[in-house]
Design a protein around this ligand. Structure first.
Ligand SMILES: [Zn+2]
Ligand SMILES: [Zn+2]
Length: 241
């Protein structure tokens, strides 16, 4: 058993709102600098940058989870975590297909670029990624689970783009053993759910501003679920830093 300092909500330069400075190396350098052991990349409605950040992270000795932050039809942000790139990519392709065909305006929303490990621009994404897809929260949650992913409602205590902000309650049809909380106070609606805190970093300086400590045997979606249930001494503790 080991305790891992985790920041599981980080945006790269591919997210329009993510700084162009959020390159794979800059993300990994900042995480190492803050004493983080495991990161997840969670760009809006895509995981295309996952493999390059994973490779950079592993070279630096960081554990990595593949992730994506999906914006559902109800304007709810749902994080999804995966052990492997293929499963995350399969979900990401479904999400992309349900993303409206609206072109990004880089002047207004920011650039959406895919870069390699040396910061070379590989391509520019033309479709606006920061948009609601044409699938409900329930449908997206089922798809995440069908691909073996872990769905985690994002920043549920924020007024905008959050499950509680948009719906005001947890829908009975969906199961979330873990939720992400932004502020210091955990809303009553969370009940006995495990609480994850992460940075939602859009700039390198923001990485690690919120972290969680995951005590478990290894870094995997299955182990995180066991930690949420407190099985065998595993745990999830979250901190504001
Ligand atoms: Zn969000
Ligand atoms: Zn985010």
């Amino acid at each position: 058993m080991r305790s891992y300092v985790a920041d599981l909500h980080i945006h790269s330069c591919l997210s329009p709102c993510g700084s162009l400075r959020m390159s794979p190396q800059a993300i990994v350098d900042a995480a190492v600098d803050r004493g983080i052991d495991v990161i997840a990349l969670t760009d809006h409605n895509t995981c295309e940058m996952g493999p390059v950040v994973a490779h950079t992270a592993k070279k630096a000795g960081l554990a990595f989870l593949y992730g994506i932050e999906i914006q559902t039809r109800e304007e709810v942000h749902l994080l999804a975590y995966f052990n492997d790139a293929n499963a995350c990519n399969a979900l990401s392709e479904e999400v992309y297909a349900y993303l409206p065909d609206v072109r990004n305006d880089p002047e207004y929303f920011g650039d959406q670029v895919v870069v390699d490990e040396q910061d070379n621009i590989i391509r520019t994404e033309e479709k606006l990624l920061l948009n609601s897809i044409a699938l409900s929260l329930e449908d997206v949650t089922e798809r995440v689970r069908a691909h073996g992913g872990l769905p985690v409602p994002a920043h549920i205590d924020r007024g905008a783009f959050s499950l509680l902000g948009q719906l005001g309650f947890f829908p009975e049809t969906t199961v979330y053993p873990i939720v992400e909380v932004w502020g210091a106070t955990v809303p009553n609606e969370c009940g006995q759910r495990a609480i994850l805190r992460s940075s939602d970093a859009h700039e390198p300086e923001q990485i690690g501003r919120r972290t969680s400590v995951l005590t478990m045997e290894r870094v995997s979606v299955e182990e995180i679920l066991l930690a949420a249930a407190g099985v065998g001494g595993r745990s999830i503790r979250s901190e504001e830093s």
